[in-house]
Ligand binder design. Structure first.
Ligand code: NAD
Length: 300
């Protein structure tokens, strides 16, 4: 049975994920390039490692939660990478959102050394990471996913097997492309109503009971004053940043180019987020702040 987990990357997502593994009784040895993030993990019950290599000593599983494909490659690949020295019995679970091709390359390189690996990006954001209710979208062999399941179940509520290596990443960017599209559509529809004298809360009630109903409208309403406990209720602070949404839309467009798929609304969504994120202040705001692109100055 899995007992000892090495956890690399303890940021907004990785920090609470590692804390949940500790709560479920796993021994977690943590490493992050950022000393303050590592100290926070130690305060949550993780053991501190001096390096990623040191964190892997005696580990049954390594979980990584890093910001980019470049960070994942530099951690595992190359002459100084973890794959060079890790025990072939250690299962590799990468939860970062990265390009599907980067995930496939990593899993193939691991396979060459006899190491089982899977891509397992997540949906749900920091609230679900803290609550232990993330959705995992896994790509890889059935066997590897079966081995990973107890670890993933300690951090999430839904574990999906999307298909072979890289498929978790494909599912993740399809979902986030659709999310961007229906968020923008919801924002423009609400603004059209408001510009024509409707109360956005009344309009939201009508549309959620009608054929325009969707997650952005019902669970994450972008118009201030309609819902409590969403970023729109706190000046779009916290949540899922415009910068991270732009990263995911970039991955979606790269994937579409690779498969010669037509994604006109995804391309437009990326363009609108680029316009919105052109102001650096907006980059750090939650992605539902796209509402501001449509709102008119007060008194107009
Ligand atoms: P973050 O920037 O808060 O955390 C990343 C951490 O990785 C940082 O603490 C950084 O110091 C560390 N790090 C970077 N390179 C490292 C290396 N080589 N070795 C060790 N540590 C390293 O990011 P986050 O919000 O936790 O997101 C992590 C991943 O999860 C991203 O791929 C993101 O797209 C994805 N994601 C985020 C959310 C969200 O709502 N924030 C939701 C779903 C998925």
């Amino acid at each position: 049975p899995i007992k000892h987990i090495a956890f690399i990357g303890l940021g907004n997502m990785g920090g609470p994920m590692a804390a949940n593994l500790v709560k479920k009784g796993f021994t977690v040895t943590a490493f992050d390039l950022s000393a303050p993030m590592l100290e926070k993990a130690v305060a949550n019950g993780c053991h501190k490692a001096a390096s990623a290599h040191a964190a892997l000593e005696g580990a049954d599983v390594v979980v990584s939660m890093l910001p980019s494909g470049e960070a994942v490659r530099s951690l595992y690949l190359g002459v100084h990478g973890l794959l060079q020295s890790m025990d072939a019995a250690t299962l590799l679970i990468d939860c970062s959102t990265i390009a599907a091709n980067d995930a496939r390359q990593l899993i193939a390189a691991a396979g060459e050394r006899g190491i089982a690996a899977l891509d397992a990006p997540v949906s749900g954001g920091t609230a679900a990471a803290t609550a232990g209710t993330l959705s995992f979208m896994c790509g890889g062999d059935e066997d590897a996913i079966a081995r990973a399941r107890p670890v993933l179940e300690a951090m999430g509520a839904n574990i999906f097997h999307a298909g072979p290596a890289g498929s978790g990443q494909v599912a993740k960017i399809c979902n986030n492309m659709l999310l961007a599209i229906h968020m923008i559509g919801t924002a423009e529809a609400l603004q059209l109503g408001v510009d024509n004298g409707l109360d956005p809360a009344v309009l939201s009630d009508i549309m959620r009971a009608s054929s325009g109903g969707n997650w952005s409208l019902e669970k994450y309403n972008p118009y201030p004053g309609v819902m409590e406990n969403v970023p729109a209720a706190r000046n779009y602070e916290g949540g899922f940043s415009v910068a991270l949404m732009l990263k995911d839309l970039g991955l979606a467009m790269d994937t579409a180019a690779g498969s010669a798929s037509s994604t006109p609304l995804g391309a437009l969504a990326k363009n609108l987020y680029q316009l919105h994120g052109g102001d650096p202040i907006n980059q750090v705001l939650d992605f539902s702040s796209i509402q501001n692109l449509f709102r008119r100055p007060v008194g107009d």
